[in-house]
Design a protein around this ligand. Structure first.
Ligand code: DCB
Length: 521
């Protein structure tokens, strides 16, 4: 698989997504300015950010690509397959397909993407994306716009609706200036008003009391497969490659191998790798008809899948998927035997990571159940593979990393898993990640979903984007739940998708399209 060039990645990130410090940090966004609150709020919710030099450039005219991208992200839309290599081609393609604008207004060949977006077109895109049902009464709204005659007819409806909804408010002279551009500050205000009118929940600004004093700085990451990066190691809180350079793994988790093992075949793994993933997680349930009830069959499925992932040059996580059987220490012996065998088998492969307890839960504790279990299993793996990266879970479905941070397992190349579901978990868990990292605990998000914690509901793409931006800024690796075609929103594939074919965008669910578009960022 091809690594994504670092330069391209950082351009993409810095344009809109990354480096999103609080607005207060933009030296060119003055306290008390008319647009400050909007910038601050949109920045806090991860929809907007400044430039890598720390500025926001409120007076700069916004381009069509920037405006449509921020609008699409605000609407929770996922990028499609773009028609050009332009950084925003995916989101613009989605906007075009959704009919937010027409082909001639912003041709998909891209020649107008970096030009200022005319105000009348910006308002049309915004209203269609966020408030498609709104209408404005012609006589009432028209009277508010002194230069109404300058408008092109195709924009009447959107502009009248925008005035009626309070998204656009006339200035003292009542002009709208339909053919002029708009500044980044103005765009921010318009998008925020439309979002509010649409009833979109606005993420609360981080509580200054729980945010660590020094925000972490973005790390430089290199991507690529096993051949390029070799054996992994943990330095401080950061996953690194063999050469000691920071590395980020992003990819998919399977659903339970006892049910959806067919999506862990060579073709499915190849499809995932070709979208840019560099890791594949094999969720081998212990309960629910998994390993504890049919150890030999599950082991064969797991080994075949691991070998297929290695053949695609992907890192692969062997996940002992504790779930309904909440206490991992209830089956320490089986786990020790299993991981001893796997570590023996894969000790010479730089590709394999061991995840020893997916999600401990129920009436258990870190110090009484999970840590003693982890110590035994880590020791068993170390006897075969002294340096392999081992991922350790924690109580409350791998959310209690603060308990692990207070009392970590001794040893090197150990990381702690944090699992989240974007429809359920938010700022509190993000703050927890920052807090444990400040104490030196390395974190790996080995499972997360765009849905609620039960695997369905939503999908919550805006919340997911906020989470992924947060992880990207910290160089934290992730796997998404899950690569299967089950009828639940967290599934990446539509029901009936074949594990044996090449998947078009059509085969991917909303979640799948979003997640696959984020393997590189
Ligand atoms: C985790 C589990 C994972 C589970 C997903 C979504 O559980 F690691 O196995 O997957 O998150 O809930 C779901 C599948 C369903 C399947 C079900 C049972 O998507 O198709 O029927 O497993 O096998 C979590 C994570 C977090 C929380 C709760 C659960 N939480 N949970 O925070 O409350 O109860 O499974």
């Amino acid at each position: 698989m091809r690594p994504i060039p670092k330069v391209l990645l950082s351009c993409l990130l810095c344009l809109l997504l990354g480096w999103s410090g609080a607005a207060a940090a933009f030296p060119d966004v003055e306290a008390g300015s008319w647009y400050r609150d909007a910038v601050e709020e949109m920045t806090a919710s991860g929809l907007l950010s400044g430039y890598p030099d720390g500025s926001f450039r409120p007076g700069q005219t916004i381009s069509a690509a920037e405006f449509v991208t921020i609008t699409a992200r605000t609407a929770g839309a996922a990028p499609s397959q773009g028609q050009t290599a332009h950084w925003a081609a995916g989101y613009l393609q989605t906007a075009l397909e959704k009919g937010w604008y027409d082909w001639d207004e912003l041709p998909p060949t891209g020649e107008k993407f970096d030009q200022p977006i005319p105000r009348q077109l910006a308002v049309k895109v915004l209203m269609r994306a966020l408030l498609p049902e709104r209408r404005g009464d012609y006589n009432t709204e028209r009277a508010k716009i002194s230069d109404f005659s300058q408008l092109d007819g195709r924009y009447y409806e959107a502009v009248l609706a925008a005035y009626a909804a309070g998204v656009v408010k006339g200035d003292s002279s009542g002009t709208f200036r339909p053919h002029s551009g708009l500044s980044r500050a103005e765009a921010c205000i318009l998008i925020q008003r439309a979002k509010q009118a649409a009833g979109g929940s606005t993420a609360p600004a981080p509580d200054p009391g729980t945010t660590p004093e020094t925000p972490p700085s973005p790390v430089v990451t290199v991507q690529g497969g096993v051949t390029e990066n070799g054996a992994l190691q943990v330095k401080g809180t950061q996953l690194c490659n063999q050469a000691g350079e920071p590395v980020v793994l992003r990819g998919m988790s399977t659903h339970g191998l006892q049910w959806y093992g067919s999506f862990a075949n060579a073709q499915s793994i190849r499809n995932t790798a070709q979208h840019g993933a560099n890791v594949f997680r094999l969720a081998m349930y212990t309960g629910e008809g998994g390993y504890l009830s049919q150890p030999e069959a599950m082991k064969q499925t797991l080994i075949a899948a691991a070998d297929a992932a290695i053949a695609q040059d992907l890192y692969v996580i062997l996940d002992w998927h504790i779930l309904s059987d909440g206490d991992p220490s209830a089956h320490t012996e089986e786990a020790v035997a299993f991981f001893t065998e796997m570590a023996k088998r894969y000790k010479d492969s730089p590709a394999v990571l061991y995840e020893i307890c997916n999600e401990p839960n129920g009436n258990i504790s870190w110090s009484g159940n999970v840590k003693p279990y982890a110590e035994k299993v880590v020791q068993a793996i170390r006897a075969q593979a002294p340096k392999a990266v081992i991922l350790i879970g924690s109580p409350t479905w791998s959310q209690d990393i603060h308990q692990a941070a207070a009392d970590p397992v001794a040893g090197e190349n150990l990381m702690y898993t944090l699992h989240f579901y974007a429809g359920t978990h938010g700022q509190e868990l993000r703050d927890r990640i920052d807090a444990v990292r400040a104490k030196g605990l390395p974190v790996f998000v080995s499972e997360w979903g765009t849905s609620r914690a039960d695997g369905s509901g939503g999908v919550f793409l805006a919340e997911s984007a906020q989470w992924l931006d947060f992880l990207a800024q910290r160089g934290i690796s992730w796997c998404n739940w899950s690569l299967c075609d089950k009828g639940e929103t967290s599934a990446a594939l539509k029901p009936g998708t074949s594990p044996n074919g090449v998947w078009s965008q059509e085969a991917l669910t909303q979640s799948g399209q979003f997640v696959f578009s984020r393997f590189g960022q």
